[in-house]
Design a binder for this molecule. Structure first.
Ligand code: SF4
Length: 185
């Protein structure tokens, strides 16, 4: 009988729960600053779902990302927090972060990481703390957020966890009706 590793079995179970094919993986990307390829850990977290999309008729027109993750809808905040914690722990276990030593971590949640209603603040901070304490190879964390959540207070809270050990990058999107205008901007 074919042997299935514990990691492969766990991955199968998680895929069923999370819907996304590869919710945690390590790949190699080109670092424009060093000029060398480096390992990156990509993690998709099941947050409460994009608030902008829920309140504005489906949100940004071109976005399909909001549909990708199985979001937690109207479940209690505790349920949401615990599910994100579990996804983070299992995600790190599946890709064996300690062994692979990625240089960066890109976190996607199909919405805004900095929105407390999508990813509760306590968990935002816990995840950063865990990276700093356990995964010292990671020198850059990227999250995505709508601009209204990128406040001095939110940045201060996350930066105070990272100190000088790790950079924080925040990706913001720009939706534009005209492709010409988009190129100019
Ligand atoms: S804010 Fe982001 S996740 Fe939400 S609809 Fe727009 S692009 Fe999609």
């Amino acid at each position: 009988m074919m042997k299935v590793s514990r990691r492969a079995l766990l991955k199968k179970i998680i895929l069923k729960l999370n819907k996304v094919d590869d919710f945690s993986y390590i790949d190699e990307v080109y670092n424009t600053q060093t000029g060398f390829p480096e390992k990156r850990w990509v993690l998709m977290l099941p947050g409460a779902g994009c608030q902008w999309s829920k309140e504005h008729n489906g949100g940004c027109y071109m976005c399909g990302f909001k549909y990708q993750l199985r979001h937690n809808g109207n479940k209690s905040p505790k349920y949401l927090e615990n599910k994100i914690r579990i996804a983070f722990s299992l995600g790190s276990y599946l890709v064996n972060v300690k062994y692979n030593k990625p240089k960066s971590l890109f976190i996607y949640n199909g919405g805004s990481y900095l929105n407390d209603k999508e990813i509760p603040k306590a968990v935002q901070i816990e995840i950063f703390q865990c990276v700093i304490e356990k995964y010292k190879s990671i020198k850059n964390i990227l999250v995505e957020s709508r601009p209204e959540f990128i406040t001095p207070e939110n940045i201060k809270d996350l930066k105070s966890v990272l100190c000088n050990n790790c950079n924080l990058s925040i990706g913001i999107g720009l939706e534009c009706k005209s492709a010409i205008l988009e190129r100019i901007i």
